[in-house]
Design a protein around this ligand. Structure first.
Ligand code: 5GP
Ligand code: ZN
Length: 110
């Protein structure tokens, strides 16, 4: 899929961002599965976590730091980070993203 046709490339550019830093944004999931359910999306399009080797160590570290910042920004002291890597693991949007889940799960992640 070309990035121009990619939902998360589009939401990176035009979405309603809860938080952002150079190269990364957080948005609210349209179909929340917990009391707080955010998605952290990198600007750089890789299809899935399977391709994480394309990120430099600096980018990967900044992504992890941003995940922690987003959780703190939402007032979450405890939370889950989930990446569905590949369709068999439930990935439905093929642009790398992290789920940041806080509070009670309202639906089971499938
Ligand atoms: P995946 O199943 O690939 O791990 O996660 C994709 C997530 O994207 C799902 O939790 C789904 O609810 C969310 N999602 C799909 N389309 C949209 C959208 O247009 N806007 C937002 N904010 N979230 C979306
Ligand atoms: Zn994309």
């Amino acid at each position: 899929m070309l990035p121009d046709d990619c939902l998360f490339c589009r939401l990176y550019r035009d979405g309603d961002h809860v938080a952002s830093t150079e190269g990364f944004v957080a948005i609210r999931d349209i179909n929340p599965q917990a009391e707080t359910h955010l998605l952290v999306i990198p600007e750089r399009h890789i299809d899935s976590f399977h391709d994480i080797g394309e990120f430099s160590p600096d980018e990967a570290k900044r992504m992890l730091d941003f995940l922690a910042e987003v959780a703190a920004h939402e007032g979450l002291s405890d939370y889950r980070l989930v990446v569905n890597a590949g369709p068999e693991a439930g990935q439905t949007v093929f642009h790398l993203h992290w789920h940041v889940l806080g509070g009670k799960l309202t639906r089971r992640m499938t």
